[in-house]
Design a protein around this ligand. Sequence first.
Ligand code: ATP
Ligand code: MG
Length: 585
Amino acid sequence: IVSVSSKTYLFGRGLKGRFDTSKILEAFGGGGHSFASAVKLENVSAERLKTLLVQILKGEDPAIRVKDVMNYPPFALREDMTVEEALISLAERNFAGAPVLDQEGRLVGVVYKKVLLKVAKLFPSKQVKDFMRTQFHTLSPEDFVWDAEAILSTYGEKLIPVVEDQKLVGVITRLDLMQTLIKQTEPLKPSHRKVQLPKEVEELSRVVEKICQELGFKGYLVGGVVRDILMGRRIWDLDFVVEGDGLKVAERFAQHYGVNVHPFPEFGTAHLKVGDFKIEFATTRRETYPYPGAYPVVEPASLKEDLFRRDFTINAMAISVMEEDFGTLIDYFGGLRDLKDKLIRILHPLSFVEDPVRILRALRFAGRFDFKPSKNTEKAMLNALSMHLLKHASRGRLLKELTLAFREEKLLDILKLYRQYKVLEELIDGFQWSQDLELKLEKLKEVLSWHKIEFPDKKLEYGWLYLVILLEKVRGEEFLRDMSAPAWVRELYHTYKEQAKEVIRKLHQAKKPSEAYLTLKGFNEPFYLLLAIEESLRPKIVLHMEKLSKLKVDVSKFAGLKGKELGRAIENEKLRLMDETFTLT
Ligand code: ATP
Ligand code: MG
């Protein structure tokens, strides 16, 4: 098996008269002689092809063609049905859409419940044909399942009619393909190797080991923590999954340490804290997304399925905390290799369609670790973006993810990736990148690095300052509210948009320290930092922040004065003193 860019080649050679390779390769549409045959495939990875080939060699019959996974017989609507009738038919079967046939039984369209629901109130007795899509893809029963995946992940269709001799013979949906994908990971064997756990993590894991043993469960460290251990990073968050009952383990674990546990039974998870560690327990589960970007539907499942629902190979590894193999890395999807190669890789082609939030996550991890998306991942991401999946995903989840990105140390790198892949354009109405904007962000980074060194005790969430700049040219109030930005950020945004221009003009004109002081007085530090983006103003702003704003005068001079008068006298003395002591460069 050889893969070259997006194509995968399968070559077979057999002993003449002893082994017929062409029979085997026929399954993949190949041809040739019994002793030498070959086939060229698209949309399927070499790893997957290998798994399937091994199954075929063992005499098993894996699902390879559309006919192996399609729904048969197909359910279809008639084009002359009313919207109301169609909705009832779909609801009875709990289908999200269906192919549409004309009077002669020919396939003429595809219609979705979502569309019908929208028009049902206004036009309940109009016909299905008025609202169906007439441009759609079809498949033949002999097509490969990966071609179906490619269509679903490139064009965003949820349902593909399967057609033979111009007749509708089946229907294929995203759920069918997901189930096939999960099945096809069954024969995957994980690679195992011992991992040294950091001391404190090992201690905590040993407790989990004991509890799981008592309860007859299996426990694993999983996800980001495994990745971070392998990268030698500092660990704060520990995620355990349990084949069994994660909530029960969490309770006993909390008892052991005498801490509180916060269970979320509807998700099968529980959170607790031990020292500085934030620990989560979950039951291994499978998640399916009813529609792109929706909150997932959750059911219990095996560790492998739990890993398969995750976003990227580097986040889809586990470490056993069972007695028999404590500390063993379980890696089904080549996560360790991708860590070494610095690659962000999705686990299957439908990943971004299933959950578009992963587009943002991919770029966040790429920025944070200085990784790149793998070729196929990038392709899938560009497809998902061109379908505007970000516009349709749950806004709450997207913005939550965005908030995480704005807390990252390497935010600027992440923003550059956002620019490269044009994601903010999808999320913020009217947003546009420009050279000027990128330059401003670079300068802001300089300012903030300075601030971090000079004022290490001031805990400012710097990410918000970048956001204020990003939103400068749009109507950002609503966006900040949707992001649940704190009040100081919203005030800062307002002040920046309303007053920055004027303050900058005055500051340019200031000749004496006291003039700079009077211009800046009354504003706050985050605002100064934004002003300092303009390099020529920095000396004045720095002088103000470090010296002028802290200047103290000797009040004993003004003994007889009180109240307003005293205040004015002190202020005048300050102005005099600063002009005497400092100069503007
Ligand atoms: P971080 O260091 O930012 O916390 P993390 O990998 O721990 O990174 P979390 O958001 O804490 O990320 O999620 C924990 C794990 O849950 C991830 O490692 C991943 O396996 C899985 N996960 C999170 N979000 C998704 C998603 N949208 N789709 C699939 N899997 C996800
Ligand atoms: Mg985490």
